[in-house]
Design a protein around this ligand. Sequence first.
Ligand code: GDP
Ligand code: IMO
Ligand code: MG
Length: 427
Amino acid sequence: MPALVLLGAQWGDEGKGKATDLLGGSVDYVVRYQGGNNAGHTVVVGDQKYALHLLPSGILSPGCTPVIGNGVVVDPSVLLSELSGLNERGVDTSKLLLSGNAHIITPYNVTVDKVTERFLGKRKIGTTGRGIGPTYADKINRVGIRVQDLYDESILTQKVEAALDVKNQILTKLYNRRAIAVDQVVEELLGYADKLAPYVADTVLVINQALEEDKVVLFEGGQGTLLDIDHGTYPFVTSSNPTAGGACTGAGVGPTKISRVIGILKAYTTRVGAGPFPTELFDEDGEALRRIGGERGVTTGRDRRCGWFDAVIARYATRVNGLTDFFLTKLDVLTGWEQIPVCVAYEIDGKRVEELPYSQTDFHHAKPVYEMLPGWNEDISKAKSFADLPKNAQSYVKALEEMSGAPISAIGVGPGRDETIEIKSFL
Ligand code: GDP
Ligand code: IMO
Ligand code: MG
């Protein structure tokens, strides 16, 4: 019953897509358990590059069944266009399973996301504008629309009416926008029903039966630990639980079923959108990381904020997720620095702090305490084993492992599937 969770250990964009795709060939199911098309997962297969937003990265492995779990929020138009885009490129998507309990991102929730951000002005979160937050808010407020509602027009109409009753008051009276007509929304949503019908399934049952049959199931997180609504840098977070517990609620599996939790960890740090980021660089080193690492958002095209590796964050990720392993990505990007600073602790109001402070105020005041590690100049992109790495690169990995609190079982040395050093098998 091997069930693996693969999740982001930092602020997203750690290389989860590549890692999932790499394992996709050996697993039976890949399940997305939270988030939506705010995610942007890049997978490079040979000379082909895929940007996946909603579909699990396992969709590119022919033997693997991709599943969109109940905890995901689904924009039907995005899902259908992502599917047809892949079909045009010769990818078979017919195995996809979509939970009937997943919530739908309605057009009015995309509008609410955008106007709320505009209204917040300089206090904005810097969301992806995809309607994620408002859709999860509706879910918690019990006025959400679920995939299964598309198959009962009367229920769908009642639910859209209930949601728009309040939303239209807010849109017209607070945000000075036009009201949204119930009929129009219902008509649009009903238009997706037949197209989505072949995929809709009781995914909780399917996943649990697969585990009972000893199939290998991989749960693929979107976003990252520090973007978690409970454990991240609130309020500068997304509206779901990318952390390991989210896999249980977002897919309907008990915690006793999870055998391994893999944290995807970038060899430096990036963040998109607003919020604190102690190791952020505003100099030519930050610019170099952005350029060499290609740090531009897959979803919104925004430049990612870049900084040095932060071991305080990595330790925190190990703890809140119960990580069993790390997959260290983008080590190749660090080639060429004479010395590489690594943040080992923070200084907050004159005191050295080893662990992530729970207080938002303290975190905003945290200054990184750096240790300098020697760099390397050799091209490492062809390295196939740990021993192939230059000595200083080996030491960098070992130092990160020691500081982060879980073994590094794989190392990414390039974006391609084969540009990976496997130290210990994940399966
Ligand atoms: P995700 O959101 O966690 O799936 O990550 P993204 O796809 O948004 O961003 C990661 C980027 O790094 C993508 O462009 C990947 O192709 C690329 N990438 C992943 N692993 C490596 C690696 O080990 N080395 C390099 N150079 N690029 C990598
Ligand atoms: P992947 O899966 C990086 C960030 C947004 C914003 C905050 C809230 O590719 O790692 P939202 O639209 O979710 O309400 O925005 O979260 N964010 C991400 N940052 N990678 C992502 O996904 C992200 N998904 C959301 O930039 O700061
Ligand atoms: Mg991404």
